[in-house]
Design a binder for this molecule. Sequence first.
Ligand SMILES: Nc1ccn([C@@H]2O[C@H](COP(=O)(O)OP(=O)(O)OP(=O)(O)O)[C@@H](O)[C@H]2O)c(=O)n1
Length: 401
Amino acid sequence: MLSEQFKQALPILKKIEEAGFQAYFVGGAVRDLIIGREVNDVDIATSALPQEVKGIFPKTVDVGIEHGTILVIHNGEGYEITTFRTEKGYEDFRRPSEVSFVRNLEEDLQRRDFTINAIAMNANGEFVDPFNGLEDIEQKVIRTVGSADERFQEDALRMMRAIRFQSQLGFTMDKTCREGLENNAALLEHIAIERKLQEFEKLLLGEYVSIYWADFLSLKLSDYLPGIKRNRELLKLFHTFRLSHLTITERWTLLFYCLKIDDPSTLLKQWKASNKRIKDCRLLLQVFYQRLQRDWTDYDLYNVELPTILSIEKLMNSIGNSYFSKKDIEERIDTLAIKNGDLLAVTGKDLQAWANKKGGPWIKECLELIEKEILSRNLPNEKDAIEKWVMNEWLHRSNNN
Ligand SMILES: Nc1ccn([C@@H]2O[C@H](COP(=O)(O)OP(=O)(O)OP(=O)(O)O)[C@@H](O)[C@H]2O)c(=O)n1
């Protein structure tokens, strides 16, 4: 059964064929269709040269014309169409550094990394499978197309892809792939860290990661990944802990916990992770360490965002500690005198007017004290009462300090 993505892209294949060229679905989408996994982007390979592709379709974008890739816009969706090519090495994220166009599908399939990724499918749903990828999918084997040494020397990231496919698909590398990986592991040192990060995160998120994690850590490959280096502490991550349903930030957080890291910024900067990833991991790890020491206080439940609290409870569950369910947490929040900051009856501006003072750090301190007084039910969340408290208690206290 063709999934929606393929059906929508079929007219593109047909149009290229009508113009007298060959066109096939290729790469990960074909692999995932055969396996029955969710298909993301469908990639198309063609015998037409980039200029010829541009002549066929009214709306195109030159996303990587020098590497043979044109983006065709069809019904509001973008499809990457790449001329059959051979390639050498990768200069950045996705683009090969040297390509030559060929008019023959088999040559194009031959330059691909693994047999499971070297299957093409035409518009009638027929497969072209010169390297027995279909059988390898059946046998759940990851095998390089031809020599493993050659494939890994062309692009060392492929070694990480092999590990990532083990983790994502539950397939196992064959002997020559594994040997190639051991022989060439050092080449990974020269690969852009951004590319390694992408693969590492896919590995961490893989459905079968717990089965292949120890294997990955035992390989020399892990020496070329910041902070990982065949670290025995990390074995715990997928052996002792239950990680299904955890997001990437939650998985990273447990990884830092295993490594006893307090501030993950240094390591994540070595990985060149995004600022968002660094910020999210820092927050989660900090709150997680605090939660390991003690239960949530009313002030925590009020102050920490609900998704963060729920993430932390998932982590507590993962490491086998007692934890609160979403329902437990929501019930506790429901009993609070005030549920979140938006509901506070006063603002910083009110405080400034009452105290007749310029803004400054004192506003944050005072608001926090007001919140704590309200949460411990010493003060109602009402503007008049709070004004009185500020004038009588707080100003008096702060003038005496
Ligand atoms: N280093 C690489 C990267 C990609 N490919 C080939 O290009 C295809 C598309 O690559 P990409 O989209 O990066 O990965 P997918 O295999 O599609 O996997 P996923 O979409 O799950 O990342 C792959 O299937 C493979 O045939 C390759 O041979 N060597």
